[in-house]
Write a protein that binds this ligand. Structure first.
Ligand SMILES: Cc1ncc(COP(=O)(O)O)c(C=O)c1O
Length: 383
């Protein structure tokens, strides 16, 4: 059986998610906006899904959840909304290690003269330079946007604290929590976070669905205008089957969070300890104290990560080189460069990311295969 250790790229939809979605392609095909029975039943189901997702986030009101086509749309919406609603403020404070769903929008806004962007750096373990963040905030800041968890290293950012600092400067605060939701407990009521992005396919839900949490009272401008759907915050007929799937995924994540987190962390740690014991000249990247339980980024010195991934793939193990978006290009990841990972390790970093679908037997199989791949590649390059 192939072993899938690329759960930060995407997860397998839970069979219960698929089962919950199916009737909404057939018998329950109505449009949620229709006033007849076909529509009303569907609208009720969408309402229940919104409630499940709001509960997973610890939102105060279900209507703080706005369904989108995914994490990328939610991120785009947050940035553009803040710029258009925060009069007299045209600066965005973000980090050098965000996902392209933030960084490329920021770059575009900068290139077209619509915003000034501050990209705050990180230290060698991926921790944000909080002092520089605070200094960058000011009377011109429309929005601070800092990811909750980094997709490549799993490093967690102190978003509750960062949101307070943004508010003290009169700015809004957004977090890209695409990698955090479903993996760690979140209670938005206890924070000052104004907006949060998430994506269904990272938590065993379907692809092409996500949400933007918008705290009640936060000034908001839609990205996609059209019909009155989502209380006029996102036009377009709702993707009902996917919304139902995301609701189910949220319900399952909430119910299994405590157990799954411990089990997944144990698997990840077992793998890291095994690799560190068996392989020399390698290091685990990221903040050891504040890290997602499922993510491991291991850099092997003097090795080409692409070759490792390729060999692992041939042995039936799926892992990735940095983030899914960065791999395929020969450029080393922007995240690892921001962490100033030394040149000898930069190209040899691979990411292994777990989910509740993985088991101990899989870790043991990887521990039989991966050290041999590394030693083989090293002896080849020595020869
Ligand atoms: C941190 C982060 N933000 C945003 C996204 C984009 O989400 P989606 O694939 O739903 O558009 C991803 C996906 O890899 C991600 O890891």
């Amino acid at each position: 059986m192939p072993i899938y250790l690329d759960n930060n790229a995407t997860t397998r939809a839970d069979p219960a998610v698929v089962a919950a979605m199916l009737p909404f392609f057939t018998e329950q095909f109505g449009n949620a906006s229709s006033t007849h029975a076909f529509g009303r039943d569907v609208a009720e189901a969408v309402k229940a899904a919104r409630k499940s997702l709001a509960a997973l986030l610890g939102a105060a009101f279900d209507h703080e959840v706005v369904f989108t086509s995914g994490g990328t749309e939610a991120d785009n919406t947050a940035l553009l909304s803040a710029l258009s609603t925060q009069e007299g403020r045209n600066e965005i404070v973000t980090t050098a290690v965000e996902h392209p769903a933030i960084l490329s929008v920021a770059e575009h806004l900068e290139a077209t003269g619509r915003a000034r962007i501050h990209r705050i750096g990180v230290d060698a373990t991926g921790r944000l330079d909080v002092e520089a963040y605070q200094q960058a905030l000011g009377p011109r800041t429309a929005l601070a946007s800092v990811m909750w968890a980094n997709n490549e290293t799993g490093t967690l950012f102190p978003v509750a604290e960062l949101a307070q600092m943004a508010h003290a400067a009169g700015a809004l605060f957004h977090t890209d929590a695409v990698q955090a939701v479903g993996k760690i407990a979140i209670d938005l009521k206890a924070t000052q976070i104004d907006m949060l992005s998430l994506s269904g396919h990272k938590l065993h839900g379907p692809k092409g669905i996500g949400a933007l949490y918008v705290r009640k009272g936060t000034p908001f401008a839609p990205l996609i205008r059209g019909g009155p759907q989502e209380r006029r915050r996102r036009g377009g007929t709702e993707n009902v089957p996917a919304i139902i799937g995301l609701g189910k995924a949220a319900e399952l994540a909430a119910a299994q969070m405590a157990d799954a987190t411990t089990r997944v962390r144990d698997l990840r740690n077992r793998l890291e300890q095994g690799v560190l014991q068996q392989v020399g000249q390698c290091r685990v990247l990221g903040d050891a104290q504040n890290r997602l339980p499922n993510t491991s980024n291991i850099a092997f010195e003097q090795i080409d990560g692409e070759a490792v991934i390729h060999r692992m793939n041939r042995a039936g193990i799926a892992a990735s080189l940095g983030s899914a978006c960065a791999s395929g290009s020969m450029e080393p990841s922007h995240v690892l460069r921001a962490m100033a990972v030394p040149a000898e390790a930069l190209r040899g970093a691979i990411r292994l990311s777990f989910s509740r679908d993985n088991g101990e037997d899989e870790v043991d199989q990887v521990l039989q295969i991966l050290p041999a791949i590394i030693s083989d590649l090293r002896s080849m390059s020595a020869a």
